[in-house]
Structure formats: C-alpha cells, structure tokens
Design a protein around this ligand. Structure first.
Ligand code: UDP
Length: 451
C-alpha cells in the first residue's frame, strides 16, 4: 500500500501519476520570441504534452501576469496551467521576481492542500527561481525534486555580449542551493552537465542529459517558393534569417554587421536579412535599436523585420530561408537551430554551448568561432556563394533534426523522474525537516525503512 506522501512505497517500476511543473517567471502559454518567453516556454509545454500522452498528468504553475488570466487553463489534454497570483500582474521586472517567491510558493502549497495528500508525486522546476520554490514544495510534500536550469549565471557571465549586464552573484548563490537540493538535475548536453559539476559542484551521478526537441510533425521541409509568397519575400533573393528574442546575448547585430560586410565585398549580392522576434531585456531591447543599426550600416533596404510569429507562421519563415543564423554569445541548446534544420534549412551558428550539438558542423550547417564581423562575413559568403554546398547541407539537415523530438525528451524526463524517485526512496531523501511527514515517518526513516 502506498502511503500519502509518495515516499513509503517505492515508485521505481511506475511513472508518477501527476507532476507539478514549476515555471515561475514565464508562462508556457506566452508567445515565445519576445520578452522573457523563449525556448523554455516551448520546452515546458511540449514536454508536458508528451508526458500527458504517456499517461502522466502535468500541472504547470506560473505567475499570473494578467487579470484576464483564469486561475486554471487547460493547455492540452492532461496538461493544466495554474496561474498563481504573486505580485502585480504587470510591470514587475525579472530581477524583482525573487521578492514574490514567498507569495508564489504560498499559492502552490495552497493549491496542493486543496487535494488529497499525495496529489503530486514529483516536482519538476525550470530555471533557478522555480528551483527555489520546488525545493520548499519538495520538502513540504515529501516528493522528489527534478530541476532543469536552462541557463546558468556562471556560464552566461563568462561570455557576455558588449553592453550586456552580468548576472548578479545572488542568482549564482540561488542556483547553487537548488543544485544542492535537487534529487536529480536535467542538463541539455554533456557540456552543460560538466558545467554543473565544475561551477556548481553538482554530483555527476545525479545528472541526466536529456536533449530538447522540436515538434517534428509541424517543422518539416516544404515548398520554399510557396513560403516566400506567403511572407512577401522575393524568390530571387538569398534569405538569411534570425529567429529569436532581440537581445545582446542572441547577437542579431553580429548577423547585420556580417551582412553589411558581405554586401560591401560583393555589391551584386542578392542577400536579404530577415529578423523575426521582439525585444527582450536590456541593450538591443529598444524596439528601434536594430532598425537604426541596419540604417547606420547602410543596409536598411536589405533587412526585413517581422514581429514574433506563432509556430504555424514560423514554419514558413524557416522554409522560406536559405540559411538560418544563430550567432548567440551563449546558448544552452538553441531550439531554433533544430526547428530550422527540421524544415530543411541549414544553420550558421556560433560555436558555443549546445549549438555544437544542435548543428553538425560541415554536414548540416557551419559553426563559427567567435563573433568577429570579418569571420562571420567570410563564413556567410562561403555558404551563400555556393548554392551546391547549401543544397547538400539542406538535404542532410532534416535527417539530423530527426534525432531531436519532444517524444525523446519526454522519455528522457520520465527516466529521470524514475531515477529521482528511486534515489529519494532509497538513500538520498530530503532534509529531515519536512513538516507534513511528521514524526512517524521520520522514525521510519531512522529505522532504515525509507532512506
Ligand atoms: N519562437 C517563436 N516565435 C518567434 C521566435 C521564436 O515561436 O517569433 C520560438 C522558437 O520556435 C523556439 C523558441 O522560441 O522554439 C526559442 O528557443 P531557443 O532555444 O532558440 O532560444 P531561447 O529563447 O531559449 O533563448
């Protein structure tokens, strides 16, 4: 018989029935590509959908950012989004979110208290702010905590773009605590796993490497001419596209400078740069900053800007492009690179972080070391001036992308959950202070029955 708190009866042969997923700072229902919404939102939603298809109910807790948000929304069958009121709906900066973590955790605990004990079998937190909440929920409910960092301050601060603000030391302290408290950590790549060990002292035996994915049913190769017609792009031009949040870290300016250099080298070039996304954070966040840069570089007429696009339209963006550029200074993975390749579009990417896994250098795209304009212009030119080479990369790209699906990700996460539950039950349980478990359970653990 399984007791209330998911602790006494081992679950190592079964899946959790219901998982509380924490995504404090951004909702999985937000449009990605602007503000704080990006790959993590897509990850949380898509992995939840796949998990629900495998019979695991998922409830995603996020901070309500509009009075119009219903307290609970169904995102997909088996996937609920709970909008927790914690602080003002609008105008709260991301750096002020730690002030609202108590309010948020109160909302999460109150929701759980409305149900029978043992309602959630596991907590999965995304990003360090959620990890702080997850750590408390885990102790309170007596269930394992799995954490995915998505980005790490220590890593980000090692490769800042010009004008980017370093992540505060307080974040790194918070991340460190979450790493220490989690039953398992999920890393996107082995490199990220090494970073968790090196910079945060994580136990390598508690890290699971699970690659993110792309919706391969949506992102598929298609007719380029039709996609161009839909977007109003000239079929004779060579289109190089940036998709993502407009921020210094993502470096769309590197692409614009390289394009200007390439056009200066070859005035006959038919190059067009397409920039898709909205402002985020500081620096390039001013909506007109990139437009002004294009003008000052003398290539305003060669650059097209589109606001953030929903996935249905994004498919056309990828299909319409000859090449997608991901020039980021730091990238824990880079979903855009996989989505583009899945649509049969090669990728030119900075040789940083997960992009070295997402792109197969020389086979499905090109990895460029550093961010110097001349290097990027030369790399771009080596592709756009050789249609045969581009076509070969384009042919290989979807085959590589097939390795990355949300189905694979969900399977990897479920295995991580299984390991977390086994660890939790047989040796690496939480701290002794766990109010809801009470003395009886504590005694049982002391007697060797639980820990
Ligand atoms: N995205 C989108 N519409 C846009 C721009 C981006 O839906 O206009 C999505 C894109 O499909 C991808 C995610 O935002 O899934 C960005 O993820 P990525 O890992 O590339 O970057 P991150 O935002 O995590 O830094």
């Amino acid at each position: 018989m399984r007791e209330h708190y998911g602790v006494v009866t081992p679950m190592h042969n079964s899946r959790p029935r219901r998982v509380a997923v924490l995504s404090v700072h951004t909702s999985p229902l937000a449009q990605p590509g602007t503000g704080d919404a990006g790959g993590m939102n897509v990850y949380v939603l898509q992995s939840a959908i796949q998990m629900a298809r495998r019979g695991v109910e998922v409830e995603i807790f996020t901070r309500a950012t509009s009075s119009a948000d219903a307290p609970v929304q169904e995102a997909a069958p088996g996937v609920l989004v709970r909008n927790v009121v914690a602080g003002p709906f609008e105008g709260l900066d991301k750096q002020d979110l730690p002030t609202q973590l108590c309010a948020f955790v109160a909302g999460v605990l109150r929701e759980e208290a409305r149900h029978e004990p043992g309602y959630y079998n596991l907590v999965h937190s995304h990003y360090w702010l959620s990890g702080q909440v997850g750590w408390l929920a885990r102790d309170r409910w007596g269930v394992p905590l799995v954490h995915t960092a998505h980005t790490l301050a220590a890593v980000k601060n090692l490769s800042l773009a010009d004008g980017d603000t370093p992540e505060p030391a307080a974040r790194q302290i918070g991340e460190q605590q979450v790493v220490a408290e989690s039953d398992r950590l999920v890393a996107n790549t082995t490199e990220e796993s090494d970073q968790l060990v090196r910079h945060y002292g994580a136990d390598p035996n508690r890290i699971d490497v699970v690659a993110p994915g792309a919706d391969l049913t949506r992102y598929r190769p298609g007719d380029r001419a039709a996609a161009r017609a839909k977007l109003g792009l000239d079929p004779r031009e060579t289109v190089v596209t940036f998709v993502g949040r407009i921020q210094p870290l993502k470096a769309p300016d590197v692409l614009l400078r390289a394009a200007a250099e390439l056009i200066a080298r070859d005035p006959e070039s038919t190059l067009r740069v397409l920039v898709v996304g909205g402002p985020s954070g500081s620096g390039l966040a001013r909506p007109d900053a990139l437009i002004e840069l294009a003008s000052s570089l003398g290539i305003a007429a060669r650059v097209t800007f589109l606001p953030p696009q929903a996935p249905d339209r994004l498919v056309d963006v990828y299909r319409a492009s000859d090449l997608v550029a991901v020039p980021s200074y730091s990238e824990s993975f880079g979903l855009v690179a996989i989505e583009a390749q899945a649509c049969g579009t090669p990728v030119i990417a900075a040789n940083v972080g997960g992009l070295g896994v997402a792109v197969r250098n020389g086979e499905t795209g090109l990895l460029v070391d550093g961010h110097r304009t001349e290097d990027w212009a030369t790399a771009l030119q080596s592709l756009v001036s050789e249609p045969g080479r581009l076509a070969a990369l384009a042919a290989e790209a979807p085959r590589h992308a097939e390795n990355f699906s949300w189905e694979h990700t969900a399977d990897g996460l479920l295995e991580s959950y299984r390991m977390a539950t086994v660890n939790y039950n047989y040796g690496h349980g939480p701290s002794e202070f766990s109010p809801r478990r009470g003395r009886g359970l504590w005694k049982l653990r002391r007697a060797g029955g639980v820990r």
